[in-house]
Design a protein around this ligand. Sequence first.
Ligand code: ADP
Ligand code: MG
Length: 259
Amino acid sequence: MAQSQSSVEVSPMAKSEETIITCEGINKWFGDMHVLKDVNLTIKKGEVLVILGPSGSGKSTFIRTINGLEPIQKGHIEIDGVSLTHDIKDIEAIRRETGMVFQQFNLFPHMTILKNIMLGPIWVKKKPKAEAEKIARELLERVGIPEQADKYPGQLSGGQQQRVAIARALAMQPEIMLFDEPTSALDPEMIKEVLDVMKELARSGITMLCVTHEMGFAREVADRIVLFDGGEIVETGTPEELFDNPKHERTKLFLSQIL
Ligand code: ADP
Ligand code: MG
């Protein structure tokens, strides 16, 4: 009896061992240019992965393949049990699971902040308007700008707009959040407010993939770091392993240039 009970118990450890993203032998070409070369990566549910690497190394392309924004020519991607095929149904299923935040905030300029966040819940999740508004207001609270609800994107600072972009992605209740250099377009004094929201998110247990050059954030928040160079994963490790004891020359070179 005791045995059968323990067999159905899910310990936190067992849960964190669950794979949510599998990338096997990912290859992508833009014309003749081979931009992703046999990328293999498995990500566990709740894991925070930081992707580092020089400009042009394929980081954005890789992160965009994960939600089907960039088709791949070879390899296999599976998100939460769904294979990413060319079938639009699979792509839509995966898009619903993944929120994405870009360097540019891409908010709709003619809509209020609240409406920007309500759009996805209403049109994609088919939520009633009142429920969508409740979700949007709660998320604005969570990212620390509830008082901006009725303003337009152009009236907000870059840091505030990026926090709205994060709230908008979260409104779809994704399992996975993808960030592509979310602070790179921001003035220095606004970087922290966005990183603080991302840190809170990381602690909440959502699975996160972040392309960033913010080394302090990477060291503090990442469970694991991967270094891309020339379309390949050169090295993978914990922040301590990668920063304090890099194994590959290309990692050492990259770190010497950035730190
Ligand atoms: P990173 O994000 O690491 O800076 P990218 O993934 O943006 O790198 O780019 C990887 C390589 O692919 C670069 O050489 C870039 O010029 C090229 N590339 C990216 N997007 C396109 C595209 N849409 N068409 C052609 N080449 C592209
Ligand atoms: Mg990029």
